[in-house]
Design a binder for this molecule. Structure first.
Ligand SMILES: [Zn+2]
Length: 747
C-alpha cells in the first residue's frame, strides 16, 4: 500500500471506531454503510488523483474500505449483526461502489487539471453540485427517497419498516459507476490532442459510456431509482382536474365511483378548511393530491410507507386510498392548503429559539389537528383535561418550536397543540389564528386563558383512565435488530390467519431473538388462543401481565386475553367470570377499537342465547372463525335470534370489504334490533351513515348522522356527525363536477 492509502485507511477506520458505540450505526448494516459512503468516495478521489491510472486507483480505493469493515465486523461480537448477506451487500454497494466512483471522478479531474490540489477541489465541487441537485429534487419532486453518487441512497420514510436491500439500489449504483467512468472518458478525450481525435479508438469509450449512462438514467423510473411528478403521474395513470385549483392523481385501478367520492371528499374538506380560516378557497394554495392504491405503491413511487406526507410549499399531499371522511385527509389538506398564509417560501411558520431556527411545528400540527376535527372519542379539550388529570400535559408554549414539539411523545404534542389552536380559533376567531400562523408567535396571555378553560372541564373516570393508557411514554426497548424483528413480525402476523401452529412457532422464535419486548408475549398468547392451546395462552398472557417493562395498555390487553381464555373454556361458571372481567374493563380501554371490542364481549357473554349462536359470536370476536363461513353463520343467527350484535359484526365486515349497500342494510338491522350499549350504537350509526353515503343513499346517511348527533356518547362523535351533516348538505347543493377522470397515456 502507498502512504496515502494507508493514511486514508487509518482515517476511515477511526471513523468506524467512533461509530462502534453509536446505536444503530454501530453494526455492519445499512446505517453504517450510509455514513461511510461519502468518506469512501472522498478517499477514492484523493487516492486516484495521486495514482497513475484508473485500475491502480480503483484497486487502492477499494482496499481502503476493507479495514473499517473488518473493525465493524469485530464489533459484531459485541452487538448482533442482523442479516450478514444484506449487510455486506449494502457495504459493497454503498461505500464499495462509492470508493470506485470517487476514483473515477479523481482520475477525470486529474485529466482536466494537472495540479492535484485543484483536481481535489473540482471533485469536491462536483460532489457538492450533485448534493444540491439531490436536495432540490427532494424538495420539489414528490419522492422523499434519493439515490446519489455521493451518499449512495436515502431510503425516505421507511425507517420503521423492514428495510431489505431495495431493488433499485444495484441499478442506481451501476449508473453512478458508469457515470464516473463516462466523465473520465470524456475528460480523457478532451485531453487528447486534436490530431489524434479522429481515431475511433479515441472516441469509442466516451461514446459508449455516455450513451450507457444516459440510457440507464432514462430508465430510472422503470428501474425505480428515479421518479418525478411526470413518471409518478404515468405510473398512477389517472388525473382528475376537478377545477382550476384542484388536481387529483389517482391509481387507475381504483374504481371510478370511489375516485369520484374521493374528489368530492377533498373538495368538501377544502371548503370546510377555508371557512374555518375565514378565507375563500381561492385564497388558499392550489392543490395537488396524489392517491396511491397501496402503501407498497407509495413506497415504491415516492418513498413514504406508513407516513402520510404533505408539502406546504407545493400545495401537495400524498395519500393511500383513504376512506372519504377520514380525518387524515383533512389533516394533510390543512398542511397542503395553508402555505399562502405564511410569508415565506417554506409555507410553514418559522421560529427561532434555542439551537437552529426551524418550522414552528406546534403551530403547523396544531392547526391541522384543530381543523381536521375528530369523529370518535372525547373532544380535543376533554382529551387534554384527562391528560392534565394524570399530570402528563405539556404547556402549549413549550410545543411551538420544532425542538419542543418533537421532545414530547407525539400523542401528547399533537393533542395539546390541537386543543390550543382550536381554543384560539374559538376565542379569538380566524383572523387572530392567521396572524399567529403567519408570524410564528401566539398572543402571550392566551395560554393562561386556555389553561383556565381546560381546568374547568370535569374529568370523568373514563377520561382519566383513557389518558393513563394513551399518553404515558411508551417504554423504549433495546431492539436487537429493528429491521429483522419487523420482518419476522410481518411473517408471524401473516401466518396467524393461515397456519396458527406455525404462527405460534414464529412468535416463539421472535421472543428468543428479541426477549426485551413484552408485546411479543401478548402476540404469542393470541396465537396460542387461535391454535386452541389454552394452557399455553394463559401462561404467555400471564408472563406479559407480570413483565416489568409492560406498559399499562399492554397489561390490560393481556388481562383481557386471560378473560378470553376463560370464556373459551366453555363452562357456564367460567363464562360468568369472563363476563365480570369484561364489564370491569368497560370505559377503561383507552383506544376506541379496544373499548368497542370489550363492550361487544361483555354483551356477548351476558346474552342468554342458544349455544350455537353464542359460540359463533364468541369465535368471531376472538378471531377464531374462518372468514366466509363465520360470516354466514352470523347472518343466520341474526334471523333466528333477533340479535343486534351479530348484525353489527356482519355489517362491519361488509363495510371493510367495501360492500356499501349490504353493509348499510345490516347496520340498519342492527339499529332496529337495538344494540343496547350507547358506544356500539353510536358506532353503528356512524358507519351506517358512511356506508349509506357510499351506497348513494344520501337521505339515509343524513338521517343517521342526525340521530348520531342527538345521541352522541362523546364530543368526538358529535363533532364528526355535525361535519358529516354539513358535508351532505353541501354535496346536495353541488352539481357533480363535470370533469371526468382522464387516463394519463403512457408516453
Ligand atoms: Zn401533520
Amino acid at each position: 500500500m502507498d502512504r496515502r492509502s494507508i493514511t486514508w485507511s487509518a482515517a476511515l477506520t477511526a471513523v468506524a471506531a467512533g461509530l462502534c458505540f453509536v446505536p444503530l450505526v454501530g453494526r455492519v448494516g445499512f446505517e453504517f454503510s450510509l455514513v461511510m459512503t461519502p468518506f469512501a468516495a472522498l478517499a477514492g478521489a484523493h487516492i486516484a488523483i495521486h495514482s497513475s491510472g484508473l485500475r491502480t486507483a480503483t484497486r487502492r480505493a477499494l482496499a481502503v474500505t476493507g479495514p473499517p469493515l473488518a473493525l465493524m465486523a469485530l464489533n459484531g461480537l459485541r452487538i448482533k449483526v442482523c442479516d450478514w448477506g444484506a449487510s455486506l451487500a449494502f457495504y459493497a454497494l454503498l461505500p464499495g461502489v462509492g470508493a470506485a466512483v470517487g476514483a473515477a471522478w479523481g482520475r477525470a479531474a486529474v485529466h482536466l487539471t494537472a495540479r492535484p490540489r485543484r483536481a481535489l477541489l473540482w471533485v469536491i465541487g462536483a460532489g457538492a453540485t450533485s448534493l444540491i441537485v439531490a436536495g432540490w429534487r427532494m424538495a420539489f419532486e414528490p419522492p422523499i427517497f434519493s439515490y446519489d453518487p455521493v451518499f449512495g441512497m436515502w431510503p425516505g420514510a421507511l425507517y420503521d419498516e423492514a428495510l431489505g436491500l431495495p431493488a433499485p439500489l444495484a441499478p442506481a449504483r451501476l449508473t453512478h459507476l458508469l457515470g464516473g467512468w463516462a466523465a473520465l472518458a470524456v475528460a480523457h478525450l478532451v485531453r487528447t490532442p486534436l490530431a489524434q481525435r479522429s481515431y475511433a479508438a479515441a472516441w469509442a469509450p466516451a461514446l459508449v459510456l455516455v450513451t450507457g449512462t444516459t440510457a440507464l438514467l432514462g430508465a430510472g423510473p422503470e428501474l425505480g431509482f428515479r421518479h418525478d411528478r411526470q413518471s409518478i403521474a404515468r405510473a398512477l395513470g389517472r388525473r382528475v382536474e376537478a377545477d382550476p385549483t384542484l388536481t387529483v392523481l389517482t391509481d387507475r385501478h381504483i374504481p371510478p365511483a370511489e375516485t369520484a367520492a374521493l374528489v368530492d371528499d377533498i373538495r368538501w374538506r377544502r371548503v370546510e378548511i377555508a371557512e374555518a380560516l375565514g378565507r375563500s378557497v381561492e385564497q388558499l394554495s392550489p392543490l395537488q393530491v396524489y392517491v396511491f392504491r397501496t402503501a407498497a405503491q407509495r413506497r415504491r413511487l415516492m418513498g413514504a410507507d406508513r407516513t402520510a406526507v404533505a408539502r406546504p410549499w407545493l400545495g401537495q399531499a400524498y395519500l393511500v386510498r383513504p376512506d372519504p371522511g377520514e380525518i387524515l385527509v383533512a389533516h394533510e389538506l390543512v398542511h397542503a392548503l395553508t402555505g399562502p398564509l405564511v410569508p415565506n417560501p417554506s409555507g410553514m411558520p418559522w421560529r427561532g429559539g434555542p439551537g437552529v431556527p426551524g418550522p414552528a411545528m406546534g403551530l403547523v400540527e396544531g392547526l391541522a389537528v384543530a381543523l381536521a376535527g375528530r369523529d370518535l372519542g372525547p373532544g380535543l379539550h376533554e382529551a387534554v383535561a384527562g391528560m392534565r388529570a394524570v399530570g402528563l400535559d405539556p404547556s402549549p408554549a413549550s410545543l411551538i418550536s420544532s425542538a419542543g414539539f418533537y421532545a414530547q411523545p407525539s400523542s401528547r404534542a399533537y393533542t395539546v397543540a390541537g386543543s390550543f389552536l382550536r381554543f384560539m380559533l374559538q376565542r379569538r376567531g380566524p383572523t387572530a389564528v392567521r396572524t399567529a400562523y403567519a408570524s410564528g408567535q401566539v398572543p402571550p396571555e392566551l395560554q393562561a386563558q386556555w389553561s383556565e378553560m381546560i381546568s374547568g372541564i370535569e374529568v370523568t373516570p373514563e377520561l382519566r383512565a383513557r389518558a393513563e393508557l394513551l399518553y404515558r411514554r411508551g417504554a423504549i426497548y433495546q431492539r436487537v435488530c429493528p429491521h429483522e424483528v419487523a420482518v419476522r413480525k410481518k411473517e408471524a402476523r401473516r401466518l396467524a390467519r393461515t397456519d396458527p401452529p406455525a404462527a405460534v412457532a414464529a412468535w416463539e422464535s421472535i421472543i428468543q431473538w428479541d426477549p426485551g419486548d413484552p408485546a411479543h408475549l401478548l402476540a404469542l398468547a393470541r396465537a396460542h388462543l387461535v391454535a386452541d392451546d389454552l394452557p399455553a395462552a394463559t401462561a404467555a398472557a400471564g408472563r406479559c401481565v407480570a413483565h416489568e417493562a409492560a406498559p399499562l395498555a399492554l397489561q390490560r390487553s393481556a388481562q383481557l386475553t386471560l378473560a378470553d381464555v376463560q370464556w373459551l373454556s366453555g363452562e357456564a361458571a367460567d363464562r360468568e367470570v369472563a363476563r365480570g372481567r369484561f364489564e370491569e374493563f368497560i370505559g377503561r380501554m383507552g383506544r376506541a377499537p379496544s373499548e368497542r371490542l370489550v363492550r361487544a364481549k361483555a354483551q356477548a357473554t351476558a346474552a342468554t342465547r342458544s349455544e350455537a349462536a353464542s359460540h359463533a359470536v364468541r369465535d368471531w370476536l376472538l378471531g377464531r372463525s374462518e372468514a366466509s363461513t363465520g360470516l354466514l353463520g352470523l347472518q343466520r343467527i341474526v334471523q333466528s335470534e333477533r340479535w343486534a350484535l351479530p348484525a353489527y359484526l356482519v355489517a362491519r365486515r361488509l363495510y371493510g370489504d367495501a360492500q356499501w349497500t349490504e353493509a348499510a342494510s345490516w347496520f340498519g338491522q342492527a339499529r332496529q334490533l337495538d344494540l343496547g350499549d350507547p358506544l356500539l350504537a353510536a358506532e353503528n350509526l356512524r358507519l351506517l351513515g358512511r356506508a349509506a353515503y357510499r351506497a348513494g343513499q344520501p337521505a339515509i346517511a343524513a338521517e343517521a348522522f342526525e340521530a348520531l348527533e342527538a345521541a352522541a356518547p362523546s364530543e368526538g362523535y358529535a363533532e364528526g356527525a355535525r361535519s358529516w351533516r354539513r358535508r351532505l348538505a353541501w354535496l346536495g347543493s353541488q352539481t357533480r363536477n363535470a370533469a371526468s377522470p382522464a387516463d394519463v397515456g403512457a408516453q
